[in-house]
Design a protein around this ligand. Structure first.
Ligand code: C2E
Ligand code: MG
Ligand code: MG
Ligand code: MG
Length: 277
């Protein structure tokens, strides 16, 4: 019995520590924008046929003064819960639009948008403001959304998507195939692009998985949507995708996410390596 009580006390202490840790992180996150701790890394999107860079995806990183570089998987859920993502996301949009021009080519810029951001009444205006402030033509901006965005209140959501489309902004459905009803969403909204989740690419040597990828590529073609494969790491995967007629790809094989201008004394490749192995 005494042991049980001890175990319980131990569990209690662990819970307290977890809650404390979360509160610390939240406090740090609240000040991160004003301390200019966020940055964007850009990963190239390539045309599988020509090998040319036709786009880039902006990926958020947090340079925490003590923890070092924190990956979005660790802080975006917290930023969403606290709604801090609204401000952080608006910053990312402005930064990405400005950087798209700084790259000096005609490539598209893709920016990830979370459900909390997209559901904001002023979201379309935030996008327009970022375009106007930077001077980036709307057709060069692409917003990546996931199924969680589409699960919200349908009417205002479709309205926002339509406003953005009328502006000329493209909309991509990210992580396609991982959710519960990817297919039904394709029917409800004309996306410009489907991004096949990287779990399919990782397993593409498996004939069943290759068949699914083939079906998604066919679906994109018949619906008039571009198709991008995420997480391409090997030449063999790229060859299969090319063979299946997939138009675009992204992944470590073609380029890791990296800053626009690598900071002196901060080899970004090493930093990404430390983050993701
Ligand atoms: P995502 O949009 O699906 O982004 C792709 C993720 O795969 C990125 O992880 C990228 O670094 C990683 N990746 C790219 N190529 C490869 C590869 O060849 N192999 C492997 N194993 N991974 C690869 P990251 O940067 O950690 O971002 C994770 C997620 O965080 C993103 O998934 C996106 O959902 C979210 N995110 C990132 N930036 C933002 C942002 O600015 N706003 C919002 N709302 N979400 C963001
Ligand atoms: Mg994405
Ligand atoms: Mg994705
Ligand atoms: Mg993802």
């Amino acid at each position: 019995k005494a042991e049980g009580r001890n175990a319980f006390r131990f569990f209690d202490a662990a819970m307290d520590a977890a809650v404390e840790e979360r509160e610390r992180l939240e406090l740090d996150l609240r000040g991160a924008l004003s301390r200019d701790e966020f940055m964007l890394h850009y990963q190239p999107v390539i045309d599988l046929e020509t090998g040319q860079v036709i786009g880039r995806e902006a990926l958020l990183r947090w340079r925490h003064p003590v923890r070092g570089l924190v990956s979005p998987g660790e802080f975006i859920p917290l930023a969403e819960e606290t709604r801090l993502i609204v401000e952080i996301g608006a910053w990312a949009l402005r930064r990405a639009c400005a950087d798209a021009l700084a790259f000096g080519d005609k490539a598209r810029m893709a920016v990830n948008v979370s459900a909390v951001q997209f559901g904001q009444p002023g979201f379309a205006h935030t996008v327009l403001a970022a375009l106007c402030a930077s001077g980036l033509p709307a057709h060069r901006l692409e917003l990546e959304i996931t199924e969680t965005v589409l699960m919200q209140d349908a009417e205002s959501l479709i309205a926002t998507l339509m406003v953005l489309r009328d502006l000329g902004v493209s909309i991509a459905l990210d992580d396609f195939g991982t959710g519960y009803s990817s297919l039904s969403y394709l029917r409800r909204f004309p996306f410009d692009k489907i991004k096949i989740d990287r779990s399919f690419i990782a397993d593409i040597a498996n004939p069943e998985t290759a068949a699914i990828v083939r079906a998604i590529v066919g679906l994109g073609a018949s619906l008039g949507m571009r198709v991008t494969a995420e997480g391409v790491e090997t030449e063999a995967q790229a060859a299969i995708l090319r063979n299946e007629g997939c138009g675009e790809a992204q992944g470590y094989l073609f380029g890791r996410p990296a800053p626009l201008a690598p900071a002196v004394g901060c080899p970004d490749q090493a930093v990404e390596q430390r983050l993701y192995g």
